[in-house]
Write a protein that binds this ligand. Structure first.
Ligand SMILES: [Zn+2]
Length: 421
């Protein structure tokens, strides 16, 4: 069987408190002791590179079924591989939504041939309409790994409570898109920039009201909740307080909230429009603080592909930006290059913690574990050129930016899925 020896990398594996120059053996899809190396091994010279566990992205829209002109399961996973992501959680706002066992099976079946491990989120309500709950047991039997109506909040609070209770019993997370739907619906962050642009704003309070509701439910019913794409300083403070009080809450933010602010919107380019929107510098600093103090557990991309046609009109374009191919480099540039975090701490946010939240066997290089690994060059600088990215859509808000650190090799389940060595 397939055998790979990675030679001379600096190996950083926070789960094992490991940071040393070492070789890594991969055999039959798993990490293996170096003593088992045979003469049939494929050697990879990794001098000067850092080897870390493959990244786990808790928030990805693969657009399949239904909108495969934007992205599909295969192209989305190719994009993941190029970004060092070996496991991803696929959100249910497809067409149809992931609200039946058939759709769950369709995704899992197609993903067997993909370049990343795909975990499926089942919808909490039929067609994400918050009118009728889904059959969560049937979805679980079909293979879902989490529950959410992401793209939208679960408007009916009773359905949310039932889903959280059920998920706790099934030991899967509920990942919450926090938003008051009546207050939201704007185009950019409400405030100075929305006024300059003359477009309807999305107030921070729309997100904060949603965050407050989900935290209250988790506290009242003693069940876990995972808060998606945190973008406001107020939500950060609420989550921090809830954690102090023992509420079972985990949270993610996205690389774009760490690197960019609402000022980008002055370009009147829809690639900078997402939901939640880019906020203020104060909010951006709060996201960084949240990662540093442990309030925010994970960095997830909210990879949301849209075609150039879809994104052509600044005001009417759908929300969302792609992110998997830039997430590591953008996060590294903001957090590690500046000395705020070590590589090991960044890998906790991008692999170890997300794997725990999702209860999956990933985020470590331990012998016997599935061989999901990423090698990167910590000193390479590169400028993001949308045309060179590997997914179908090119709507990146990082275009033209120079980032530090470049993914060089990704191995998923023992198979080389990305290689620029
Ligand atoms: Zn969302």
């Amino acid at each position: 069987m397939n055998e790979i020896l990675i030679k001379g990398a600096r190996v950083i594996d926070p789960a094992n408190h490991l940071d040393e120059i070492s070789d890594i053996l991969i055999k039959d899809g798993h990490f293996a002791p170096l003593s088992e190396v045979s003469d049939k091994v494929q050697m990879i010279n990794a001098d000067g590179l850092i080897a870390v566990p493959g990244l786990v992205d808790l928030h990805v829209h693969l657009r399949d079924p239904g909108q495969t002109y934007k992205e599909d399961i295969i192209s989305g996973c190719r994009s993941a591989a190029a970004g060092g992501v070996t496991s991803l959680l696929a959100m249910p706002n497809t067409i149809p939504a992931v609200d039946t066992p058939e759709t769950v099976r369709y995704i899992l079946d197609k993903a067997k041939n993909a370049d990343a491990h795909v975990y499926v989120v089942g919808a909490i309500t039929k067609d994400l309409k918050s009118e009728q709950p889904t059959d969560i047991d049937a979805l679980k039997q079909a293979g879902i790994s989490a529950l959410s109506d992401d793209g939208k909040p679960v408007e009916n609070t009773c359905f949310m409570v039932e889903a959280m209770k059920k998920a706790a019993k099934l030991n899967i997370p509920v990942t919450a898109h926090c938003e008051d739907p009546y207050l939201a619906g704007g185009k950019v962050n409400e405030g100075e920039i929305s006024e300059i642009l003359g477009v309807k704003g999305m107030p921070a309070a729309a997100e904060d009201a949603g965050t407050a509701r989900e935290l209250s439910l988790a506290q009242a019913y003693h069940v876990p909740i995972h808060i998606c794409h945190v973008s406001t300083a107020t939500s950060y403070v609420m989550i921090k307080d809830a954690k102090k009080q023992g509420v079972q809450v985990t949270a993610e933010t996205g690389p774009h909230y760490l690197m960019l602010t609402q000022d980008e919107l002055l370009k009147r380019d829809a690639d900078y429009r997402m939901n939640p929107p880019l906020r203020t510098e104060y909010d951006r600093q709060a996201m960084i603080q949240g990662l540093l103090d442990g309030t925010i557990d994970a960095i997830a991309t909210d990879h949301a592909p849209h075609s150039p046609e879809d994104k052509s009109d600044f005001v009417n374009a759908p929300n969302g930006a792609i992110g998997m191919e830039t997430s590591f480099a953008a996060s590294y540039t903001v957090l590690v290059k500046t000395g705020l975090m070590t590589v090991a701490q960044l890998i906790e946010k991008m692999a170890v913690n997300p794997a725990h939240i999702l209860h999956i066997d990933a985020g470590t290089l331990s012998c016997g574990k599935p061989a999901d690994i990423m090698l990167f060059d910590p000193s390479e600088e590169w400028t993001v050129d949308p045309e060179k990215l590997h997914g179908k859509s090119k709507n990146t808000p990082f275009k033209g930016l120079t980032l530090t650190s470049k993914v060089k090799l990704t191995i998923c389940g023992g198979k080389i899925v990305y290689n620029e060595l």
